[in-house]
Design a protein around this ligand. Sequence first.
Ligand code: AMP
Ligand code: MG
Length: 328
Amino acid sequence: MTGVSELVVDAILAAARVAARVCVRVQGESTLSGVPESKTGDEPVTIADYAAQAILLHTIARVAPTHSILAEESSAHLRGQGEATRLRVRDLVADALGESLSFDAVCAHIDHAGTDAGHAWAIDPIDGTRGFIRRDQYCVAVALLHRGAPVLSVLACPNLAHDPASPTGPRGVLFHAIRGQGAFAAPLEGGAPRRIHVRDVTDPSAMRILASVETAHGDPALIDRVVRELHLGGLVRMDSQVKYGALARGDGEIYVRPRNRPDRRENVWDHAPGVLLVEEAGGKATDIDGKPLDFATGRKMLNNRGIVVSHGPAHAKLLEALKTAEGD
Ligand code: AMP
Ligand code: MG
């Protein structure tokens, strides 16, 4: 037993669908209008990030009010934006929830937090905001951690094709995983979840490696060395934890996230949702030194260096190749 109730699973899946719909609406606007300035030089944020977080936490406050929260956004930066931006976020959330809400009530949802540290929700309302702004891949990412271990995860991926063989066909995939019960995918617009599994492939030349689009988020030269060393079949660049979803359903076999700066630590919400999905689909995730991933150190993964994800058979060879490539 995972201890995750069906009510919580259904509620968070429904909330992720609503949050994703708001993202699609904002992304469809011709100018992505109302995008506030970046929080810092290198971390963009949009009105959709705030609206999606408010929607997710509105649901969590209802179904699990005591659980603590590790979420990417807070209302502080939004409160400093112009009135048009603030009211636009309020209206997006009010429309999506079908409730009349004040701006302060929306901020209260964004900042909701419980005190039960044994249960924590890791939330990235838009993972891959740069991809979102480019109109490429992004996802709404949520994981429930029980004593630091992910037990439930959801990735809503509005721009991912239903069928990888038809990249221009219907889009929008809702992934979820429950510890011990498997990994699943459903059409984002609705429909029954089906079980997914990593692809069963052992020939390295048939394996594809997934990596960030943003070169600043990784180390493209290191990835190229690994591709050559292992004679891998292909490289696919994709934003956000959509990479974990793609790997879990067999659209790729390897995802390497090298640490590009010695002081860089990964955010827990950038990996906990995807890692549970891949593990429940039969895959494996460690850090670049082969250490288990530790999600119990707060917002940042302080005990790990980089991330290495795979469908399994190549994991040990991959870690070896990374060690060699890093030493070059
Ligand atoms: P991806 O699209 O896989 O590169 O992942 C997007 C995530 O990268 C964002 O959610 C950020 O948290 C994270 N990120 C931002 N800057 C960096 C950086 N310099 N190195 C690694 N990751 C970063
Ligand atoms: Mg992110």
